[in-house]
Design a protein around this ligand. Structure first.
Ligand code: SF4
Ligand SMILES: [Mn+2]
Length: 244
């Protein structure tokens, strides 16, 4: 089985979501398309056509061209602010007990004087979306890419994984925040235990659904999942007095 960290992330929510992620394509949202544009403006082309991402291959409108001009301005500001030299969009892979692990790092090299793996995230709100993240699933790239890079002997020891967060708003200069995630041997062991779970479910022949109304409401695969649909059909009752 070939797995990517983006699949493994789903396993931490629900085994069935992991399985569905292997089978289904997620439609590209505006936010994902904007992210792909900015990554390429900052690090260099990785083969995705910018016009295709901006305007679905149609002649761009004035508003779309202004959007692109803003992204170009942001990319210049990011390159001025962060000093980096290394390899963009590097594909890496390794094997664990028959599982093939694959990934692509946005950037591998030196950032502000430090050897890192980095990922650029273009997000609507750094504060709302990123400062509230506390789950291992939210930062899985940090351990997954370190694990693959070390096992494939690209690195000798674990290196910081840096999220370069850029706020996608109409500011003159972009709001940039770096989040460094540090991983240890114990985290690599934890990651292997997740890989062991995948192997176990695969041997068992089923990736069971673990529905829960909060998880399922956010699950990108709910359209393909009977258990998820049935759990979200139930109304939720809230006791007003119990609210904060
Ligand atoms: S909708 Fe719910 S049960 Fe179904 S895959 Fe997603 S998280 Fe799992
Ligand atoms: Mn990225």
């Amino acid at each position: 089985m070939v797995v990517h960290q983006s699949n493994i992330r789903h396993l931490l929510n629900c085994p069935k979501a992991f399985q569905l992620s292997l089978e289904s394509e997620i439609t590209r949202s505006r936010e994902m398309a904007d992210g792909l544009i900015l990554e390429q403006l900052v690090f260099g082309s990785k083969g995705n056509d910018i016009e295709e991402l901006l305007s679905n291959g149609k002649k761009p409108t004035k508003a779309q061209l202004e959007r692109l001009a803003r992204f170009e301005r942001f990319a210049d500001a990011i390159r001025k602010r962060l000093k980096f030299g290394g390899y963009p969009f590097m594909k890496i892979g390794t094997e664990y007990k028959g599982l093939i692990l694959e990934g692509e790092m946005d950037f591998f090299g030196v950032l502000n004087g430090e050897q890192v793996i980095a990922d650029l995230k273009f997000t609507k709100s750094i504060d709302r979306i990123w400062m509230t993240k506390t789950r291992k699933a939210d930062f899985l790239q940090a351990v997954a890419y370190n694990y693959i890079a070390k096992k494939s002997e690209l690195i000798k020891g674990y290196i910081p994984f840096v999220y370069i967060l850029v706020q996608n708003d109409t500011s003159e200069t972009p709001l940039i925040k770096l989040v460094r995630v540090v991983v240890t041997d114990a985290d690599a062991k934890w990651f292997e235990s997740i890989l062991d779970d995948i192997i176990l479910f695969e041997t068992y022949g089923e990736f069971p659904a673990e529905p829960n109304e909060y998880k399922c409401a956010k699950c990108p695969f709910i359209a393909h999942c009977a258990e998820g649909k049935s759990v979200t059909k139930e109304p939720i009752t809230i006791e007003f007095g119990g609210l904060e």
